[in-house]
Design a protein around this ligand. Structure first.
Ligand code: SF4
Ligand code: SF4
Length: 440
C-alpha cells in the first residue's frame, strides 16, 4: 500500500484544461499593488514615499522581524499612492501602488547573484533568501528564511518538497516542474544545503506522471528521493505530508519545522533557485487561471502585484456571466469580493465559476451519518464543532480541537445534508483565537 494519511477524500481532478499547456507570460500591467502586510497579518514598514521613482527589484518595504519579509517593486515606475487596499484574504492592508513607466529599469542585483549557486555556503544561501523577501508559494505565504531560521533541530532531519498540488483545477506546481525542471532541482539542492537536511524528498501525486518523469531525469543523483503519493485530498497539506512520508505526527499547535522537518512547496524551490542565481527578489510567479468562467484558461507568469482584474483580462476575460472568483482551489480557496486585490507570492490559482455554479444549497438537518468524522484527516468531530459554534460555546469548541482543523473542507464536501461545517468551524477558530483566556 502506498504512503498516505487517515481520512481525506477522492476528488475529480479537473486539471486537464491547464495541465497540458506550457506557462506563458502576461504583458506587464500598468499598475501593481504591493501589500505591506503578509497573510499572517504581520506588516512591514514602507521605505518609499508617494511620488518617488522606483526600479524593478528595489526594496520598498523593510522587515525587521522574523515573521515578515522585505517587499520589492515588481516593475519600474512611480509610487502613486500608499494606502489601505483590498487583499485576496478579504481584509484591507496598507499597500504601495506603483504606476508603471513602461520601462524595465532594474536596480543592480541587490544580492549579487552567482553563476555557481551550489558552491555558496549554507549561511550565504540563507542570507540571500532573507534579503530577497521570498515567501512560501504554496498558499500559506510563510517567509522561507524564517522557516529555515526556526528549525528546532539543525541539521533538519528531513526536507520535504511539496509537489502534491492536491486541490482540483490547480496545475501551477505541475507546470513549474515540467517547464523549469533545472531551476526546481537547483532550488531543492539549495534548500537542502541551507537546512543541512539528512533526507530530501520530493513528493508528487501519482497522477502527475509526466512531471515526475521529468524530475527523475533532471535530479542528477539519488540524493533527492522522488516519492509518488496517492492523489487523495488533502495530500498536500503539510501535516498530512509529514505523516505520509515520515510516519511522524506534528503536534497540535506546532509546525513541521518546529520538529525538525522542513516542508517547502515546489514553486518555492523554483523561486529560491532564481533568487540565488540572479540575486534578484521574486518579481513574478506562476498562477493557474482556470474554471468554466474564464475564456483562456492556462498557467501564466504574472508580475507580483498584478490586480486580479488585470490577470482575468490577460486570460481573455470572463466566459459568460461571472458568478464567483476564487483565489486558490475550490476546496480551500477564498471567494473574492473585490477584483482590485493583487496577486501576491502565495496566490497559486484563480478559479472562475459562472453564475449557475456559484451557489451552495441550503443545509438540512444532520442525519448523524458520521461521514464528516470518517473523512476528517485530523480526527475531529465536525458536526459537534459546528453545533458548538452555532451555540457560541467557544470553550467546548476549543476543548474538542477546533484549532487543529486544517480547513481542508472535506467534511463540508462529503456532508449529505449540505451543512456548512467548515464555515462554522472557521468562526469558532477565529473566536477562540481572539478571546482572551480570562474572558467570561
Ligand atoms: S456528514 Fe453531515 S449529516 Fe452526516 S453526521 Fe456529519 S454533519 Fe451530520
Ligand atoms: S473539521 Fe477541519 S480538518 Fe476536519 S475535515 Fe473539516 S475542515 Fe477538514
Amino acid at each position: 500500500m502506498k504512503q498516505s494519511f487517515p481520512g481525506g477524500i477522492w476528488l475529480p481532478s479537473l486539471k486537464q484544461t491547464t495541465a497540458e499547456t506550457p506557462v506563458q507570460p502576461i504583458t506587464a500591467p500598468e499598475r501593481v499593488v504591493l501589500p505591506l502586510i503578509h497573510a499572517s497579518g504581520n506588516a512591514v514598514s514602507a521605505i518609499v514615499k508617494k511620488g518617488e521613482s522606483v526600479s524593478m527589484g528595489q526594496k520598498i518595504g523593510h522587515s525587521d522581524g522574523p515573521s515578515t519579509a522585505h517587499v520589492h517593486a515588481s516593475l519600474s515606475g512611480t509610487v502613486e499612492r500608499i494606502e489601505p487596499w483590498p487583499q485576496v484574504t478579504g481584509l484591507r492592508g496598507l499597500s504601495v501602488i506603483i504606476q508603471s513607466d513602461g520601462m524595465t529599469r532594474r536596480v543592480d542585483s541587490p544580492t549579487g547573484g552567482t553563476s555557481d549557486p551550489i558552491q555558496l555556503s549554507s549561511a550565504a544561501i540563507r542570507a540571500t533568501l532573507l534579503e530577497s523577501g521570498l515567501l512560501g508559494m504554496g498558499g500559506a505565504g510563510f517567509p522561507t528564511a524564517a522557516k529555515l531560521g526556526g528549525l528546532a533541530k539543525e541539521p533538519a532531519q528531513c526536507l520535504i518538497i511539496n509537489g502534491s498540488e492536491c486541490e482540483p483545477y490547480l496545475t501551477a506546481d505541475e507546470r513549474v516542474m515540467q517547464d523549469y525542471p533545472d531551476d526546481v532541482i537547483l532550488g531543492i539542492k539549495l534548500l537542502a544545503k541551507a537546512s543541512g537536511a539528512e533526507r530530501v524528498v520530493l513528493a508528487i501525486e501519482d497522477s502527475k506522471k509526466e512531471a515526475a518523469s521529468i524530475m527523475h531525469r533532471h535530479r542528477g543523483s539519488d540524493r533527492i528521493e522522488i516519492v509518488l503519493l496517492p492523489s487523495k485530498y488533502p495530500q498536500g497539506s503539510e501535516k498530512q505530508l509529514v505523516k505520509a512520508l515520515t510516519g511522524r505526527e506534528v503536534p497540535s499547535n506546532q509546525l513541521p519545522h518546529q520538529i525538525g522537518i522542513l516542508v517547502h512547496n515546489v514553486s518555492t524551490a523554483w523561486a529560491a533557485a532564481r533568487v540565488v542565481r540572479t540575486g534578484f527578489p521574486p518579481l513574478e510567479r506562476i498562477v493557474t487561471v482556470t474554471g468554466p468562467g474564464i475564456k483562456q484558461p492556462g498557467n501564466y507568469l504574472v508580475p507580483i502585484g498584478t490586480q486580479l482584474s488585470d490577470l482575468i483580462d490577460a486570460a481573455g476575460g470572463f466566459a459568460g456571466s461571472p458568478g464567483k472568483v476564487v483565489v486558490g482551489g475550490p476546496m480551500m480557496g477564498i471567494a473574492q469580493a473585490d477584483l482590485r486585490a493583487p496577486v501576491t507570492q502565495f496566490v497559486n490559482g484563480v478559479l472562475l465559476l459562472p453564475e449557475e455554479q456559484s451557489s451552495y444549497p441550503e443545509p438540512i438537518a444532520c442525519i448523524k451519518c458520521a461521514r464528516c468524522v470518517d473523512v476528517c484527516p485530523v480526527f475531529l468531530l465536525p458536526m459537534r464543532l459546528e453545533a458548538y459554534a452555532m451555540n457560541k460555546r467557544w470553550d467546548d469548541a476549543a476543548m474538542f480541537g477546533a484549532e487543529d482543523c486544517i480547513e481542508c473542507g472535506c467534511c463540508t464536501y462529503i456532508c449529505p445534508s449540505k451543512r456548512h461545517l467548515l464555515h462554522w468551524i472557521r468562526i469558532a477558530k477565529e473566536r477562540i483565537a481572539t478571546t482572551p483566556d480570562d474572558a467570561d
